[in-house]
Design a protein around this ligand. Structure first.
Ligand code: ARG
Ligand code: ZN
Length: 858
């Protein structure tokens, strides 16, 4: 059934208070609820109270203390007919956490009990109006075996606890802040904590705990530091203070997503908590800092102000992603963070926006809301709010977010409420800008610069491509930061912000004796695709001189994109042009390697070639094999051509001792970057250097980087080092995940065989989402996935079919890779489509997978 945004109705009944009583057990947990229900004056006056359920059978129902049989079941929901305005409803349910393989609701993970309720998991625990606009104050009592569950946690504060004579114990928790059911959490298990504390700006002392399995405490320090930094940053930058005396984080090994912002009790995938130099890469450290911040920031953008309905998901996710991005920019290199965020957007969101699953950041309809936790809602959602900030400026934006939090505190709000608060608080007109919430598809901006009589004229033309259900688009508001460089001085005379409102507009800039060089969409001020048709000479100039780090990166990328796209689309390029293109790229890359003014983190960014997916995006119909071959060919040429420089770079970086300081992280980044080029150009040299790096490594970044390179090479060292790595880290789940990923995503010609063998490895299991993603997400990266004959497609379809009955939410995530079929050359396209049809024909598909497959076949 399709749910539509326009059908929203306020709830007929509210639940100001909820009491829950849990008798805990892994195989069987009994839940007894007491809901104070009150007729909603803003509701439709219906006497029917709808309590959502999913897989539940009521073991008893009470109205005002009297057991009743006067209830009905509609689908999975429980319906009661209530006269009057106020009642207490009691319901008993029995659930089976260890049989819950979906990991939604209350489930067991390594002997502990934990919950995931967003978006609609609470209804798998007890019958309840499981919608985000029903806010309730929760009191929780839980009891369970003290040996199995020594730690008992829920939202808010622990108000009482005690032991029973029979070896069980109990705890009571109370959360004073009204919240929707998706923010409920409960954890019971044998856990130990890293304790710390934080004093807020008004002097409240907050106890902080990060709960993990015994033995993992020493791997929680980075997460704790990130939490304290986040708390301080949110006070300083957004004026947001924490509002409880306790903040708990629990790390769980079996988790569908990254983490969850439950009020006062965040639950995390272990991969976003556990780190030490021996087991976590620099990227892992950054991921932890970002996700800890993200979940903490939700306390205001999500919890204090929540969403009216799930169509408003970007209200909390887009805004919170922007907040975590700005935080990470402030904690490390702002330039590098911005480049990474754009790379993620282009790799994950642009393809979504140009494919069969395209949707606006505020969708109009869905079948299964879990399918809408997407790069569009999250990352494009963040870009849309970032554009508002760019247009009004950071200061007015802060005034506006203050107004938003103040105006909507305690409410379940909409995206419209947010935009209105920005308009009112910043004094801006965002009328037409609201189209960013409604229209899907990545706008394309064509930019042409002409020059005559000392005047440079920029002509901008926008088009928004059609997307499913949206054939015709209106012109968007596109803020573009730009600068015009004087070619002779290498300088520009100040950056400007031009705002394109129309399908087409011209902007004139006087006082240019010669034609300037255009630097457009600096800082990636708008999430659009730019076609500026720039010459290699202009791009080389910008790659060397642009003072905006993103623009400099972009010039480098564009230089390579233009070259490779010319090569793969038609072969009209003559040998001389190919050589000239390569030479330009080679010179630019050499300049990047040599530039003493660049820090190594930024140098590492500039050395990264555009990815195959992003290259494929540039073409209406792509041949992944040709893209792969040409990109590898260029890499090999560069590796051979710049061999001495790359070896020297590797050597120089190898002398920097391990630390988390930016310079040392930068050294590690370029070290592996150098190996990547050398592996393509001079594999023997690379194999020796990589084996050396592997053996010398005193940290995971170097070890993983070296192993990644070796995994793609045909050398006996490959097996030796892979086996050494596996042996060294046996039993460390997060590192074994890396071992799977490295092989599945490698450049080795026999990846398909490797993945098939790994799927039978004793360490592989379909029941752990991290492990499934480690093997198969890495595999859906272009190269091996698109192997001749469609074996890669078949493997992913087989995975989806096997995983769907176990964990539909995670299974459905793999459909998008096959859904790209319309943009792939005809032979592969037909094979991909056939696999989608095979999935569609399977009986008993989950809602999750059904929605994605049927939309992909569209
Ligand atoms: N709200 C969480 C976050 O952004 C994501 C949880 C989504 N979970 C799910 N099962 N769909 O941090
Ligand atoms: Zn979030």
């Amino acid at each position: 059934a399709t749910i539509r945004r326009e059908d929203y109705q306020p709830p007929a009944w509210l639940v100001p208070e909820t009491a829950l009583h849990f008798t805990l057990g892994l195989d069987r947990t009994q839940v007894r609820s007491a809901l104070q229900v009150r007729r909603n004056p803003a509701g439709d006056g219906s006497e029917t109270l709808r309590l959502n359920g999913d897989g539940l059978v009521p073991a008893g129902v009470w109205i005002d203390g009297e057991e009743t049989a006067e209830w009905t079941i509609d689908g999975s929901d429980l319906l009661l007919t209530l006269p009057g305005d106020a009642h207490e409803i009691g319901i008993a349910t029995d659930i089976a956490p260890s049989a819950n393989t979906q990991l939604m609701g209350l489930y067991a993970s390594n002997g502990m009990l934990c919950t995931q309720c967003e978006a609609e998991g609470f209804r798998r625990i007890t019958f309840f109006p499981d919608r985000p606009d029903v806010l309730s104050v929760y009191s929780v009592r839980m009891a369970g075996d003290k040996a199995a569950f020594p730690v008992l946690l829920s939202n808010g504060n622990c108000t009482a606890s005690g032991d029973n004579a029979d070896g069980t114990h109990w705890a009571e928790w109370h959360d004073p802040w009204p919240k929707p059911s998706y923010l409920f959490a409960l954890v019971a298990g044998d856990l130990v904590a890293n304790h710390d504390s934080f004093t807020t700006m008004s002097g409240r002392q907050v106890d902080l705990n990060i709960w993990v399995r015994d033995g993992d405490q020493d791997r929680t320090h980075h997460a704790m530091q990130a939490l304290k930094d986040s708390m301080k940053w949110d006070e300083e930058v957004f004026g947001r203070e924490y509002d409880l005396d306790l903040f708990n984080i629990v790390a769980v090994a079996d988790f569908n997503m990254g983490a969850m912002e439950n009020k006062g009790l965040n639950v995390f995938n272990t991969r976003y908590i556990l780190a030490d130099p021996d087991t976590a890469t620099d990227m892992d450290y950054d991921g932890i800092e970002g996700v800890v911040a993200h979940e903490y920031f939700h306390n205001w953008s999500g919890n204090r102000v929540t969403c009216r309905d799930w169509f408003q998901l970007s209200l909390k996710e887009g805004f919170t992603v922007l907040r975590d991005q700005l935080f990470s920019q402030d904690m490390g290199s702002a330039a590098v963070k911005r480049i990474e965020d754009v790379r993620v957007l282009r790799a994950a969101q642009f393809p979504e926006d140009s494919g069969p699953l395209a949707h606006p950041i505020r969708p109009d309809s869905y079948q299964e809301i879990s399918n809408f936790y997407t790069a569009t809602v999250y990352n494009k959602g963040a870009e849309v709010i970032r554009m508002m900030r760019t247009m009004v400026g950071a200061e007015r934006f802060r005034k506006a977010t203050d107004l938003y939090f103040d105006r909507h505190d305690g409410q379940a709000a909409t995206c419209e409420d947010f935009v209105k608060a920005i308009e009112d608080g910043a004094g801006a007109d965002l009328g037409q800008f609201r189209l960013w919430y409604a229209q899907a598809g990545t706008p394309r901006v064509e930019a042409r610069l002409s020059h005559a009589d000392g005047v440079a004229t920029l002509t901008l033309r926008q088009t928004v491509p059609p997307t499913p259900g949206q054939a015709d688009k209106q012109a968007m508001v596109i803020p573009l930061r730009l600068a015009l460089f004087d070619r002779s001085t290498g300088q520009h005379r100040g950056e400007e912000l031009v705002i394109l409102h129309e399908p087409q507009a011209e902007f004139s800039f006087a006082g240019f004796a010669t034609r300037p060089v255009l630097s457009l969409n600096r800082g990636f001020s708008a999430p659009v695709a730019i076609d500026a048709d720039q010459s290699n000479a202009d791009l080389v100039f910008l790659a060397a001189h642009d003072d905006d780090p993103f623009a400099r990166y972009e010039a480098m990328q564009q230089l390579v994109v233009q070259h490779l796209i010319a090569l793969v689309s038609g072969g009209t390029l003559c040998a001389a042009d190919r050589d000239a293109g390569r030479e330009a790229i080679g010179q630019a890359l050499a300049a990047v390697i040599d530039d003493p003014a660049l820090d190594d983190l930024m140098r590492g960014e500039l050395m990264i070639l555009p990815g195959e997916t992003y290259l494929g995006e540039q073409l209406l119909v792509a041949d992944p094999a040709v893209i792969h071959a040409e990109r590898e060919g260029l890499k090999a040429w560069l590796g051979a051509q710049l061999k001495d420089r790359l070896v020297a770079l590797h050597h120089r970086a190898s002398s920097v001792p391990y630390s988390l300081a930016a310079a040392a992280r930068g050294a590690r980044k370029i070290k592996t970057q150098a190996l990547v080029y050398l592996a393509a150009g001079v594999p023997d040299v690379a194999a020796q250097l990589a084996a050396q790096q592997f053996d010398d490594a005193d940290n995971m970044t170097d070890r993983q980087g070296a192993l990644m390179v070796l995994a793609g090479l045909d050398t006996p060292l490959r097996e030796v080092k892979l086996a050494a790595f596996h042996q060294r880290y046996a039993g460390n789940a997060l590192v074994i995940d890396k071992w799977f990923s490295l092989q599945a995503g490698s450049l080795h010609p026999r990846v398909v065989d490797h993945v098939r063998a790994l799927s039978q490895h004793p360490d592989f299991t379909l029941s752990n989402p991290n492990r499934v993603r480690a093997l198969y997400m890495a595999f859906t990266a272009p190269h091996a996935f698109h192997a001749d004959g469609g074996v890669g497609y078949r493997m992913i379809a087989d995975l989806i079919l096997a995983l769907d009955p176990i964990n539909p939410q995670t299974a459905a995530r793999f459909v998008a890779s096959l859904g790209r079929w319309r943009r792939i050359e005809p032979v592969r396209s037909a094979l991909m489509r056939a696999e989608l049809e095979r999935i569609a024909a399977a009986p008993g598909l989950s809602k999750d997978t059904f929605e994605q497959v049927s939309k992909s076949l569209g």
